[in-house]
Write a protein that binds this ligand. Structure first.
Ligand code: AP5
Length: 215
């Protein structure tokens, strides 16, 4: 199964992807997670991406397309793309890579959520820098405050989860990314619009029902 998960920052893409990959045994390819790993490792790509990420802007398309196509090649059993494509140029780059590989996307899951819900979700998010688990100080609390449930150690707040950067990321989403849904509509792709304002497990249940019915 090959999927794309679209939606604004804080829609719950990472949260839902973790549940999707567990159920369908496919790879989770998150452009944001890959960039953060590159940054932590101090690679050229990570250094180039840093200033864009810190301000809430998008990293240049050519860097992202090469990075994601390389990740897709390492996932022959299928994947869910999380946070990619985010521009028309990236969507076209993805189409070309899929055509070269003789593959296609089975469905696009589009998480729909009002901007008003985003800020409290993101400023309350806490993540584990070691295993990538995501929590929330109010709605998805770890068993011990500030500690990962898997025993990895301290949870951290992402530097781009401040109110100012979240506001920029939302603007970037509306100016550059929201139109990607229209790109796929024009191509008559299978688009599953999901109400992501509901509780996490309700959103998962609705996504699973739709994906199961596609099989
Ligand atoms: P990225 O890491 O992809 O960030 P994002 O898209 O802004 O999305 P987030 O990871 O912040 O949110 P999410 O939707 O995954 O929400 P989550 O599940 O964590 O990108 C970061 C940066 O990298 C970008 O700004 C850009 O600079 C660069 N970048 C990445 N990809 C790029 C690309 N393709 N091109 C160019 N640049 C790129 O949930 C958030 C919180 O809400 C959690 O605490 C969670 O517990 C909670 N929550 C989730 N669902 C619910 C729910 N239903 N109800 C209540 N709480 C919920």
């Amino acid at each position: 199964m090959r999927l794309i998960l679209l939606g604004p920052p804080g829609a719950g893409k990472g949260t839902q992807c973790k549940r999707i990959v567990e159920k369908y045994q496919i790879a989770h390819l998150s452009s944001g997670d890959i960039l953060r790993t590159e940054r932590a490792a101090g690679t050229d790509l990570g250094k180039k991406a840093q200033s864009y990420m810190d301000s809430g802007a998008l990293v240049p398309d050519d860097l992202i397309i090469d990075m994601m196509v390389a990740a897709m090649k390492k996932a022959p059993k299928g994947y869910v793309l999380d946070g990619f494509p985010r521009t028309m140029v990236q969507a076209e780059g993805l189409d070309k890579a899929l055509a070269r590989a003789g593959e296609k996307i089975d469905a696009i899951v589009n998480l729909v959520v009002d901007d008003a819900l985003i800020l409290p979700r993101m400023t309350g998010r806490r993540s584990c820098p070691k295993c990538g688990a995501v929590y929330h100080i109010a709605t998805l609390r770890p068993k011990v405050e500030g500690k990962c449930d898997k025993g990895c150690g301290d949870l951290v707040q992402r530097p781009d989860d401040t109110p100012e950067v979240v506001s920029n990321r939302l603007k970037t989403y509306h100016h550059q990314t929201a139109a990607v849904v229209g790109y796929y509509q024009k191509k008559n792709a299978v688009i599953l619009n999901m109400d992501a304002s509901r509780e996490i497990s309700q959103v998962s249940k609705a996504i699973f029902q739709k994906l199961d019915s596609l099989k």
